[in-house]
Design a binder for this molecule. Structure first.
Ligand code: DGL
Length: 268
């Protein structure tokens, strides 16, 4: 048993889709969340900048006595995790491996689509991981740079989001995939629109939720679950706490409970 919290971070609000799943499947776990809202988006940053941000995010979370870190960000998981994980003492997991495994398990036709930020798509990490466990799979990627700003600003269910989704999904739909990875943790908010366009037979894989499931597996295996009756949640952001509170409940599907505090991430 390990009562220490799990650290979770993202460039902004998207990682809350992972926290939502933690609340559902591990309701006894305490969570320290960091949303780098002052520096979102990560998806268009060059690699050196991203590595600096991710190291700072991890160093901040490590100021707490945490038992694990979940990088609840597709961009940071694919462009930084493989290179920096050995620099830190805490176990760090990302979203790529769990989502890729779930997609391989779900696909029948072995035709898998991946939606992600430009950074995620450029890294090719989803393709690499899927191919390593299912060499015969055909993987089709599409960068969707407008999805994060639309979601962060509350436009996920508006007509403008549908317009962009139709444009982005056209090529992937033409490839006749039966499974589609939402490779960015912001995208589950667009699930209704994506599902309507792709058709309900296409299985959508929620990368943040899969990462939460993988964390549960890891913690159970090492006997590190907290076994408390209810979890405590503390949120930290690098920009307005009020804005985070206002939009955060859309991601959690419930009002944010717990403190939200603004920090200066440049100090870490
Ligand atoms: N949630 C992040 C991801 O999963 C969003 C990236 C961004 O900030 O552009 O990739």
């Amino acid at each position: 048993m390990d009562k220490r919290p799990i650290g979770v971070f993202d460039s902004g609000l998207g990682g809350l889709t992972c926290v939502r799943e933690i609340m559902r499947i591990m309701p006894g776990e305490d969570v320290i969340y960091f949303g780098d809202t002052g520096r979102v988006p990560y998806g268009t940053r060059e690699r050196e900048t991203l590595l600096k941000y991710v190291r700072q995010d991890i160093r901040f979370l490590e100021t707490f006595d945490i038992k694990m870190i979940i990088i609840a960000c597709g961009t940071a998981s694919s462009a930084a995790l493989p290179w920096i994980s050995s620099e830190f003492g805490t176990e760090i997991i990302g979203v790529v491996e769990p989502a890729a495994k779930a997609a391989v398990k779900a696909t029948k036709s072995k035709r898998i689509g991946v939606l992600g930020t430009s950074g995620t798509v450029k890294s090719g990490k989803y393709i690499e991981y899927i191919k390593s466990i299912c060499p015969e799979a055909k993987v089709f990627q599409k960068a969707c740079p407008m999805f994060v700003p639309l979601v962060e600003n509350g436009y996920a269910d508006k007509a403008v989001a549908r317009l962009f989704a139709e444009e982005y999904l056209e090529e992937i739909k033409a490839q006749d995939v039966d499974t589609l990875i939402l490779g960015c943790t912001h995208y589950p908010l667009l699930k209704p629109i994506i599902s309507e366009i792709m058709g309900e037979d296409v299985v959508l894989i929620d990368s943040g939720a899969e990462a939460a499931g993988f964390a549960l597996e890891r913690l159970s295996l090492c006997d590190k679950l907290s076994h408390s009756d209810s979890g405590q949640y503390n949120y930290f952001v690098s920009d307005s706490a009020e804005t985070f509170a206002e939009f955060g409940n859309m991601f959690l599907s419930c009002p944010i409970k717990g403190n939200i505090k603004k920090i200066d991430i440049e100090k870490y």
